[in-house]
Design a binder for this molecule. Structure first.
Ligand code: ADP
Ligand code: ZN
Length: 731
């Protein structure tokens, strides 16, 4: 038999399939092959009877790497789709489908040796042992009383010799037991009461279940009880024997959802995300693959869960930008989910309090069925949002980062024994370091990006490449030592709070405090338990969490994201503010939100304060249509990056010329085409350039393959070319 193999090599720019000979293997198996005189891992993507490869050159597959096909035919089909849709290489796609650690044999099933007695006749055994063999006698009695025990425990108690002697005598036997590595084993359980569905929730479930291959957009305000809807749908699907995938936008949100799923479905749930240990990830993946778990939950990568017979795919916070991968391999999780749902004839449910404009627009076009849940559970009112004009605050003499109103509200909250969350749109102590005399700003030598001051270790860090630099004492330009540290950061807020409320415990959650495994869960759990009264954080605290005692949310820099230079800035800001505001007052007491901003009159902030999604949608979608932005066009960007600036320019120029020709031949397909440097001019020592285009949605199917063909026709090996569709950021 001939097998077509994708060889797993990273450096390769070629996306080629090589034929090998073999017997009795399956499509989707990982195999070891001889490639350019080296042993390489590969994936079988096709099986056939003949090959164009001349007989004398045809090599044999050395051996399979697993005794099962790691990638199912269904996943291979998904791979083909992603490859064509996003212009990706096979290798990059296939690597998404298996736990990274499986490659190069870096992780295996964990097994431990377990000892047990070969007979249950204790008297006879003891009689057969010498009276002075005390340790052996004790070990036998121990096993008799305790049953099978791991050998490690026995040797610790009774020494190596005794165990070995008993094995040699045939009194004790050893079994290899597979040990499962379970993520978040100690996740605290909350009380297991399940809610009786309220009419709005019941209606949502009924609507969904009335068409089991339907596509739904569940628009429910924060606190409307969407989670209970998801859980009920999953329960129905699982009972009918089909499998489910549930996605949340961030790893930080997985512990909470995992807890609720485990409560209802126990071991039938497996968690997949990049924050797990290698062993855990492998074991959870294998449980899904083997059918030991029917429900996969995780962040974006869980969409590649090795499940077949899927009955429902649920995407919570559908609008979240984390569903779009903006590094290689670039893909949109929503498209992938949609494809898998179609393959499996399954439900697709996307939920949000602030649906993406594109999603809501598609619902209007009938591509998704809209389900509205406009009320909070138990008629709890939405929190009251108070907008504070920070320029006025400055004019009246308050130069601090807390407005007087926020200080007042914080004091009230703390005194009442309630909790508050303070939200900031970045991490670190403050952002950049600037010389106040000459205006010099410390930047990363490789990335040309302002460095961020980190006070824990008094270092400057580049958030793009992670490189660290020593803190500066003197300005390298003018020699003065008068620095100003840019904007406010979480640590600075924490420090200020401890000055204002010395007895109040404050927790901080941002990228720096959540680097270790399971730290997300720990911080949130501590806050949920009331171990702190104030939680200060970045976007990580904005989404999804449900803390009943939080009655105040402060947004310290409400317009921070409003001034980013791209068409999504307003939509993102609206989402962010609605999401954070939704954290307040979820229980009996009404919540308050204090929104600090320098542009208080902006419609985005005004409507976010009222939580009026529909009004915002109408206004924003009209602007998108007038300016021809998605969903009224498709934006594509081709990125060129390489260490040689000239090579990048040459490649870009050549491809731009071809694209210009394509545009002339298809004038109605291109609404815009231009080339330029990326705003982030260098990253990781590479220069970056881009071609931007706006394409008409109607002609996408014909023109995209031609654009991809132009990208493929690359002349310079030193330049990497990537395509992004509707990119979420244009840096
Ligand atoms: P959402 O995801 O829409 O923001 P949640 O699912 O977190 O909302 O629900 C908000 C709160 O309401 C939670 O504390 C949840 O336990 C509670 N809740 C959900 N459904 C019900 C119900 N049917 N009856 C009573 N309380 C409910
Ligand atoms: Zn850098």
């Amino acid at each position: 038999m001939i097998y077509s193999v994708i060889v797993d090599i990273l450096a390769s720019e070629v996306d080629r399939i090589f034929d090998y000979e073999g017997e009795g293997l399956q499509v989707g198996m990982r195999v070891l092959v001889d490639f350019a005189n080296r042993r390489k891992e590969g994936y079988i993507v096709e099986e056939k009877l003949t090959t164009d490869c001349p007989k004398e050159k045809l090599k044999k597959i050395i051996c399979p790497l697993d005794d099962f096909a790691a990638i199912s035919p269904e996943m291979l089909e998904l791979g083909r789709y992603m490859r064509n849709e996003y212009h990706l290489r096979w290798v990059d796609v296939l690597r998404l489908f298996i736990p990274a650690e499986m490659r190069m044999g870096r992780v295996k099933t964990l097994s431990k040796r377990q000892a047990s007695l070969t007979s249950d006749k204790l008297d006879e055994i003891l009689k057969s042992l010498k009276p002075n063999a005390a340790k052996q006698r004790d070990l036998v009695s121990f096993l008799y009383n305790n049953g099978a025990t791991f050998t490690a425990q026995l040797t610790e108690k009774f020494g190596n010799g005794a165990l070995k002697a008993l094995i040699d005598k045939g009194i004790v036997k050893i079994n290899e037991i597979t040990v499962r590595r379970t993520p978040y084993k100690d996740l605290a359980q909350v009380d297991g009461n399940r809610h009786v569905l309220l009419p709005a929730q019941q209606n949502a479930v009924d609507t969904v279940m009335s068409n089991l291959s339907g596509r739904y957009l569940l628009h429910g305000v924060t606190g409307s009880g969407k989670t209970e809807v998801y859980l009920t749908v999953i329960e129905n699907i699982v009972q009918s024997g089909r499998n489910c995938i549930m996605l949340v936008p961030e790893i930080a949100l997985t512990p909470n959802m995992l807890r609720q799923l485990r409560q209802r479905f126990g071991d039938n749930v497996a968690l997949l995300h990049s924050g797990l240990s290698q062993g855990e990830r492998y074991d959870e993946w294998l449980r899904l693959k083997n059918g030991e778990a029917q429900i996969a939950i995780g962040a974006r990568s869980a969409i590649f869960a090795p499940l077949s017979n899927i009955g429902a795919i649920i995407i919570d916070e559908e609008h979240d930008s984390s569903y779009i991968s903006d590094f290689n391999p670039r893909y949109n999780t929503l498209d992938v989910a949609s494809f898998r749902a179609k393959q499996n004839n399954s439900l697709l449910i996307m939920g949000s309090a602030t649906p993406s404009l594109t999603g809501y627009y598609e619902a209007g076009q009938g591509k998704l069925k809209l389900i509205e849940m406009p009320k909070r559970i138990n008629q709890r009112p939405l929190p009251k949002v108070e907008i504070v004009d920070m320029s006025a605050e400055t004019r009246s003499g308050n130069k601090g980062i807390f407005s007087r109103l926020l200080t007042e509200r914080l004091t009230e909250t703390v005194l009442k024994g309630n909790q508050a969350m303070l939200f900031l749109n970045r991490r670190g102590y403050s952002s950049f370091l600037m010389c106040t005399k000459c205006g010099y700003v410390a930047k990363c030598a490789d990335c040309d990006i302002s460095l961020t001051v980190h006070r824990e270790d008094n270092m400057l860090k580049c958030h793009y490449c992670g490189k660290k630099y020593y803190m500066l004492n003197k300005c390298p330009e003018c020699g003065e030592s008068s620095f100003r540290q840019g904007k406010i950061g979480t640590q600075q807020v924490v420090d200020l709070l401890s000055g204002m409320f010395p007895d109040v415990k404050v927790l901080r959650m941002d990228a720096d405090t959540t680097q270790t495994k399971e730290s997300h869960g720990k911080i949130l759990e501590a806050f949920a338990k009331g171990e702190a009264q104030i939680l200060v954080g970045t976007q990580m605290i904005a989404k999804g969490h449900d803390f009943p005692k939080v009655t105040l949310v402060g947004v310290l820099d409400g317009d921070q994201s409003l001034h980013r230079e791209d068409y999504l800035a307003t939509e993102r800001t609206f989402q962010l503010i609605t999401q954070v505001a939704g954290r307040s007052g979820r229980n009996e007491e009404t919540g308050t939100v204090v929104l600090q901003t320098y542009t208080p009159a902006h419609y985005c902030l005004q409507l976010a304060a009222k939580q009026d999604y529909i009004a915002f949608y109408k206004r924003e979608i009209a602007l998108r249509e007038a300016g021809s932005f998605p969903p009224f066009c498709e934006i594509a960007r081709i990125i060129y990056q390489g260490e040689s600036e000239q090579d990048c320019i040459d490649e870009l120029t050549a491809q731009y010329a071809e694209l210009t020709n394509l545009k002339s031949a298809n004038p109605s397909s291109f609404m815009y085409l231009d080339k330029m440097r990326c705003p982030l001019r260098r990253a990781e020592k590479k220069f970056r350039f881009q071609i931007l285009m706006k394409l008409s949605v109607d002609s996408l199917a014909t023109v995209l393959p031609q654009i991809y063909a132009i990208c493929d026709d690359k002349k310079k090996n030193s330049v990497q070319v990537f395509v992004e569709r509707n990119p979420q950021n244009l840096s």
